[in-house]
Design a protein around this ligand. Structure first.
Ligand SMILES: [Fe+2]
Length: 92
């Protein structure tokens, strides 16, 4: 996923990379949510909402993306992994 962000940063007008990024991110979120569900981890509903809001926000963008948008997406992902995903990493 991070490679796709880097690729999009180098070529922000590439709509195929953006589509792939949305697909990979969405799939990653679904997988993570299923693992959370199986592990009976609390906070799944809220976590799912946060994922959905991010994907909904991505759907409002269309290439060519400006630097601020690419930066915001990368920043969101890093912050999300560090703050929310890491809470459960040992339990999945
Ligand atoms: Fe997550």
């Amino acid at each position: 996923m991070f490679e796709l962000f880097e690729k999009l940063g180098r070529d922000p007008s590439n709509s195929e990379t953006f589509k792939e990024l949305m697909k990979v991110t969405g799939n990653h979120h679904v997988t993570e949510e299923l693992l959370m569900q199986k592990a009976d981890i609390e906070g799944l509903t809220e976590h799912r909402r946060v994922h959905s809001e991010f994907i909904a926000k991505l759907r409002t963008f269309s290439p060519p993306l400006d630097d601020d948008t690419v930066f915001w997406m990368k920043k969101w992902l890093i912050a999300h992994v560090k703050t929310l995903d890491f809470k459960y990493i040992g339990r999945l």
